[in-house]
Design a protein around this ligand. Structure first.
Ligand code: CO
Ligand code: CO
Length: 328
């Protein structure tokens, strides 16, 4: 569903709170967090979607990495998972599903996550993902809305997976670009998550369907701060420029822009393709971290040292413009 659609369905429903609920339905968080004891909370999330690459094994790995990401975005450690499967039994070989599930399992093993069950339904379109449960110390939960003026913003993966996926569907992406996004989308956000916990940060979210600016907007909505993003510093796959200019724009990109354009001021010097990239819906994208400025270079060096090679400082959190994002 598009940004804002779900909010209409949820509005006014009688959600209950609970003293042990640390993060619930009240705002757009990556995952729910519930305190079990004074030093232990569970983190829960679910995510599944249709294939965005042709190879079923790669799709399984991507879907699993994407589902685990919301736990990592909150600084948690995923422990167990359930498979969520929709499968068109009449028109697809069961061997395809096997490859999807094998891909998912391989990612879970890499993440140290145990598969404990799942649920499957017959559906006209293949869909796959995970429901994930993780743990975290109740005092160490990293929410998406804790950014403070002066923080630096670090993005840990390049943008452009939506535009390249659209080009894959159009048959013009090329093997090199496809291989690059598969590698990026199958990379767990675990290392970045562990390092941000080690260094200590104020806020984090992962970049997925709403694009960089959509998720950045969630971080500052209803807060006392705004953001200034330096578009030149934002990492993206180099192939994306030409593909965006050739019109390989996913439908979700336009919806993301329409939904957030009133919160965002983009300088007219920012070229159109780059404006598109900033709203491009990502699958299994990187973390966007608000880190105290004095720790920003420490975190960035650790990220680079541990293989999160394309992490970059892309801007900062500012007292003004409050509740807005300025892109220069
Ligand atoms: Co998320
Ligand atoms: Co999610």
């Amino acid at each position: 569903m598009g940004p804002g659609d779900l909010a209409k369905a949820l509005a006014g429903l009688p959600f209950q709170s609970h003293p042990n609920l640390i993060v619930g339905m009240e705002r757009a968080e990556d995952a729910g967090v519930y305190k079990l004891t004074e030093d232990l909370a569970i983190v829960q999330t679910v995510d599944f979607f249709t294939p965005i690459v042709d190879d079923p094994y790669d799709f399984g790995r991507i879907a699993a990495a994407n589902s685990l990401s919301d736990v990592y975005a909150m600084g948690g450690s995923p422990l167990t998972a359930l498979n969520v499967v929709c499968f068109p039994q009449d028109k697809m070989e069961i061997s395809i599903l096997k490859e999807v599930l094998r891909g998912g399992l391989d990612k879970m093993h890499e993440a140290g996550v145990i598969l404990v069950g799942g649920h499957s339904v017959e559906d006209p379109e293949l869909k796959y993902g995970l429901s994930v449960t993780g743990t975290i110390h109740p005092d160490k939960v990293i929410c998406n809305n804790g950014a403070k003026a002066g923080d630096r913003l670090i993005l840990t993966k390049p943008l452009g997976t939506g535009i390249i996926s659209t080009a894959i569907k159009g048959g013009i992406a090329g093997d090199k670009a496809t291989a690059k996004i598969v590698k990026s989308m199958t990379t767990l956000n675990r290392t970045a998550s562990e390092l941000m916990q080690e260094v200590g940060v104020h806020a984090c979210t992962d970049i997925t369907g709403f694009g960089l600016l959509g998720h950045a907007a969630e971080m500052i909505e209803c807060t006392e701060v705004g953001m200034v993003i330096d578009s030149v510093s934002v990492p993206y796959f180099p192939e994306v420029k030409e593909l965006a200019e050739r019109g390989m724009i996913p439908g979700g990109l336009h919806r993301n822009r329409d939904f957030r354009k009133d919160m965002v001021d983009i300088d007219e010097s920012v070229p159109q393709y780059l404006q598109d990239i900033l709203y491009d819906p990502q699958t299994s994208g990187g973390l966007l971290i608000a880190v105290p400025h004095e720790k920003a270079w420490i975190l960035l060096e650790k990220l680079h040292g541990e293989g999160v090679a394309e992490a970059a400082i892309i801007g900062e959190v500012a007292a003004e413009p409050k509740g807005r994002i300025r892109v220069g």
